[in-house]
Design a protein around this ligand. Structure first.
Ligand SMILES: O=P(O)(O)OP(=O)(O)OP(=O)(O)OC[C@H]1O[C@@H](n2cnc3c(O)ncnc32)[C@H](O)[C@@H]1O
Ligand SMILES: [Mg+2]
Length: 198
């Protein structure tokens, strides 16, 4: 089976990429699978696309091989687009999922249901030695719940209700999430390229 490197240290993302790429006969090697520890890559971009490019190119250049990276996050309209590209470190550099979602809930206290619209965004960059990097984006529209619910998924899933549903993303099975998620929609746009890889 063809293997692709996904330049992430996020176990939740790795699980989803494994499941989503298995449809294309592609195995996933993440930064957690390297023998040597990989230093954190500074995400200095101002957009998801820029940060995905930074991560993919850093690892592609270091190992002289094709690399995919995912930069993603939650965009809340009532918060002017926050946490956005700061989603991972919204409540501090320790990158704590629970604290991050509690910060969003606190900031949205008293905001009525119809003003709690939000979306998950995912940018996937493909970097290859000798080629121009390209980026595809996917998004999943929805709203922020009044209470966190559910145990599946990761990150902000317990507080995000996709617009096609009345349950939070964390109350969806991984199969259900992978059929509607921002990551799924970004990967759909990579389909042609992925089919040529396996
Ligand atoms: O940079 P890498 O190593 O890939 O891992 P990361 O966790 O730092 O990833 P990002 O920089 O892309 O930050 C993404 C943030 O958005 C959250 N997020 C991304 N996709 C999500 C999803 O499918 N469900 C819930 N939260 C998600 C995630 O928990 C992080 O807090
Ligand atoms: Mg990150």
């Amino acid at each position: 089976m063809k293997e692709l490197i996904v330049a992430t240290k996020n176990e939740g993302k790795v699980r989803e990429f494994r499941q989503l790429f298995s449809e294309y006969g592609i195995a996933v090697k993440s930064l957690l699978d390297f023998d040597e520890p990989i230093e954190d890559i500074e995400e200095t971009g101002t957009t998801f696309a820029e940060n995905a490019t930074i991560k993919a190119e850093a690892i592609s250049e270091a190992y002289n091989t094709p690399v995919i990276a995912d930069d993603s996050g939650l965009v809340v309209d009532a918060l002017g687009g926050e946490p956005g590209v700061y989603s991972a470190r919204y409540a501090g550099e320790e990158k704590n999922d629970q604290k991050n979602l509690e910060k969003v809930m606190k900031k949205l206290e008293g905001v009525p249901v119809n003003e709690r619209t939000a979306r998950f965004v995912c940018a996937i960059a493909v970097a290859r030695p000798g080629f121009e990097t390209f980026v595809k984006e996917g998004c999943c529209e929805g709203s922020i719940a009044v209470e966190p619910q559910g145990q599946h998924g990761f990150g902000y899933d317990p507080i995000f209700i996709p617009e096609s549903s009345e349950r939070t993303m964390a109350e969806h099975t991984s199969e259900e999430k992978n059929s509607i998620s921002h990551r799924h929609h970004a990967i759909l746009q990579l389909e042609e390229w992925l089919k040529n890889q396996s």
